[in-house]
Design a protein around this ligand. Structure first.
Ligand SMILES: [Zn+2]
Length: 717
């Protein structure tokens, strides 16, 4: 019964609407099996002769019947068996079930599909050095847990459709189901627990998970009186962390209902997953055990998943039109939270990391436009689809002003509630709320790749007599744009003898812009965007030295400088080799004893105390006197850190090798680097990080990226 694919899929897509699922499913864990019956109500045009559903290829459809509603009423429904065919995509990743409809059918059709089979794609471990990626699985039913998402295709779906759901799931007693929507009822009978879940708003997918959870809940009330049930469903080992997660959830909801309007669901549940994940789903988030154990309550973690309740799960991303959801969520959660709590330095740090991430991970020759981003596969996608995209919202906010921006955001979220939106929708809403045509803005920042290459060219001033004999200074600032010029406002900080001022400079689409300021005081120097409020291309030399400079260099060498063969530093070498099995760029590994340093590329030195003098002398040229490695400790910038548990990770720009860095991980003893060896690549954003027994005690940058020019004073004519 192989079906040739063509017209029927798209015609079904266009014609089926208002789909309502009433699904009941029993989960048989040991057999990885699902036994289900789905009553599907949908609307079709009278001339449509077939409807196509997708279903997992491992599920076997046993029967499909059409329920005809008796016209006279009162005599009940009659079921009529209808013919269907099943076809499989070429890679057998999807089954298409084509149901033939009887010649005479009304606009409303009710089909009942009975099916069963295995959903058994055990999660594969993520293989990534730096960030936690969700393990790969299309769906799993088993004794370690149940995970059924839209991608699992565990119920019949019409491609591209939105549906409402009423789902009853049956599972062994002792297990708890958590699913999209609200729980209507739950009963336990002869060793089986059955719960019914309702999603009344049209949604893209229905997700269901289950495990042996310990459940806690509390009620949260918004300032407008909205009540939301907060829940945690944790495995017994993590059950003690429930309050920490409930408190954090309440804190985030307090802030984000003010920004985004009423919370879109009845509940928010933090649910522990049996594999590594960080997923924001309608009314719940699914986090891996490891994340939960590590207190995953930060703005970039739990905060981010909560913002997805509005952005992504209430306003949807329009499929294949570019993903704006991650950028907006990242802006509001990972970044803006710090502004809300008035943590100025963390807000600055987030802007820096968004900029540094883009500049390190996205080389100009492989850059692509934000509008081309669909989902994250690697760090480059992350830098464009999350970080540059988030920064676009920061630029938009500065372009139209705070008040119209936040009003526009609320209008957008309420206007597109339960509907898909794309970048055009955002442009339309913010153009209207901002009272200006933003076509140029979205074309420049969203639809085109790249970022402006801006530099201070000439800064000069002259002393003039102002009106009424008052003394003033005229300052002329020339800013150059190399490469394609951008239209933007960039702030400069003007440091004068007695005071300091920040002023915007409007750049237009030309290579050079000259702006004149009249100042009350003698200007000494000018700094270009020291607060990192604009999005720019910075050269690798302009960025602070850090481990990520090594990570993103196309040519890398690991230098072994330790004598203990059992040192945990050896693990780092194996991890790199393991990770690089599939990649194109291989790291060279050499020993400091046998080799002088390579002439090109970046270097990572893994150093033990025995080799500290040799290491000291090879970093001298690049790091100068900033660092002194000793037998019992080390000094950074003149400050001593002593003790057998101390370790340091530091990076310097390589002398005479522009754009490359030299990074050293040094432990006073092998034990001092034990924990760091496992998580080394999480510490990539700073020039130095100091550890005591594997825990960070200090981190800092050795350079900022600000372009600074002293003011040249011209003789007064
Ligand atoms: Zn996200």
């Amino acid at each position: 019964m192989v079906h040739a694919w063509g017209v029927s899929v798209s015609s079904a897509q266009e014609n089926a609407a208002n789909i309502q699922h009433t699904l009941s499913a029993e989960l048989i864990l040991a057999a990885h099996e699902l036994v289900a019956n789905d009553q599907i109500k949908l609307e079709v045009e009278p001339e449509v002769t077939s409807v196509t559903f997708t279903l997992a290829p491992t599920l076997h459809v046993e029967s499909i019947a059409m329920q005809t509603h008796s016209v006279s009423g009162g005599q009940g429904n009659q079921d009529e068996v209808v013919p269907f065919t099943s076809g499989y995509s070429s890679e057998a990743t999807v089954q298409h079930v084509v149901v033939s409809l009887p010649k005479e059918h009304g606009r409303r059709v009710t089909l009942v599909m009975s099916y069963r089979g295995q959903i058994n794609d055990p999660p594969r471990e993520p293989r990534h050095l730096r960030f936690v990626t969700p393990s790969e699985t299309a769906g799993y039913i088993g004794l370690d847990g149940v995970y059924l998402s839209g991608e699992s295709q565990w119920y019949p779906d019409v491609i591209g459709s939105f549906s409402t759901y009423r789902v009853t799931a049956q599972i062994p007693q002792g297990w708890t189901v958590v699913a999209s929507g609200s729980k209507e009822s739950e009963t336990t009978n002869s060793g089986k627990t059955s719960s019914t879940w309702i999603v009344q708003n049209q949604s893209e997918a229905f997700t269901l998970v289950a495990n042996r959870f310990v459940t806690t809940s509390r009620e949260w009330k918004s300032p407008t009186g909205q009540r939301v049930e907060l829940q945690t469903h944790f495995l017994p080992d993590n059950a003690g962390l429930a309050d920490e997660y409930l408190d954090a959830t309440a804190r985030y909801l307090d802030v984000y209902v003010r920004i985004l309007g009423n919370y879109p669901f009845d509940k928010f549940a933090v649910v522990e997953n049996f594999f590594a994940s960080g997923l924001g789903l309608p009314s719940f988030t699914l986090l891996g055990s490891g994340s939960i154990r590590r207190h995953y309550v930060q703005p970039y973690a739990l905060g981010h998943e909560i913002v997805h309740s509005w952005i992504g799960n209430s306003v949807f991303n329009r499929d294949n039109h570019g993903n704006w959801v991650e950028g907006m969520t990242t802006y509001l959660a990972n970044y803006y939270w710090h502004e809300v709590v008035k943590d100025v330095s963390q807000a600055f740090e987030q802007r820096r990391m968004m900029l540094d991430g883009y500049n390190l991970y996205v080389r100009p020759e492989t850059d692509y436009a934000v509008s081309q981003f669909l989902r994250k596969h690697d760090e480059k996608d992350n830098a464009i689809g999350y970080h540059k995209s988030a920064f676009v919202f920061h630029l938009l906010r500065q372009e139209i002003g705070d008040e119209p921006f936040w009003r526009g955001l609320k209008t957008f979220v309420s206007g597109y509630r339960n509907h898909p939106a794309d970048w055009r929708s955002i442009e339309e809403v913010f153009s209207r709320e901002g009272g200006q045509d933003l076509r140029w803005f979205f074309e420049q920042w969203v639809e085109q790749p790249g970022a402006p290459l801006v530099s201070l060219r000439d800064v000069r001033a002259r002393h003039v007599k102002g009106e009424g004999g008052r003394e003033t200074w005229r300052l002329t600032v020339q800013i150059d744009q190399a490469g394609k010029p951008f239209r933007m406002a960039i702030p400069v900080r003007i440091v004068m003898k007695e005071s300091t001022d920040i002023k915007p400079i409007e750049l237009n689409l030309s290579q050079a812009s000259v702006t004149e300021f009249v100042l009350p005081d003698q200007p000494l120097r000018v700094e270009l965007d020291p607060e990192l409020m604009t999005f720019r291309r910075l050269t690798r030399r302009q960025l602070p030295p850090m481990l990520n400079g090594y990570v993103t260099d196309l040519q890398k060498t690991v230098v072994l400088a330790f004598s203990d063969p059992a040192s945990p530093l050896q693990q780092i070498v194996s991890r790199i080799a393991d990770h690089e099995q599939t990649g194109p760029h291989k790291t060279t590994v050499v020993s400091l004893k046998d080799n002088s340093l390579p002439h090109d590329g970046s270097i990572l030195i893994l150093a033990g105390a025995d080799d500290r003098q040799a290491v000291q002398s090879v970093v001298q040229e690049s790091c100068g006197d900033r660092i002194a490695l000793g037998e019992k400790g080390f000094e950074i910038d003149g400050q001593a850190y002593d003790g057998p548990k101390m370790a340091v990770l530091f990076s310097c720009h390589r002398a005479n090798v522009p754009g490359s860095v030299i990074t050293v991980l040094y432990g006073v003893t092998s034990g001092a680097v034990e924990k760091i060896s496992r998580f080394l690549f999480y510490y990539g954003w700073h020039s130095y990080v100091i550890f005591q027994d594997g825990a960070v005690t200090k981190r800092a940058l050795w350079q900022d990226s600000t372009d600074v020019k002293e003011v040249r004073i011209d003789a007064t004519p």
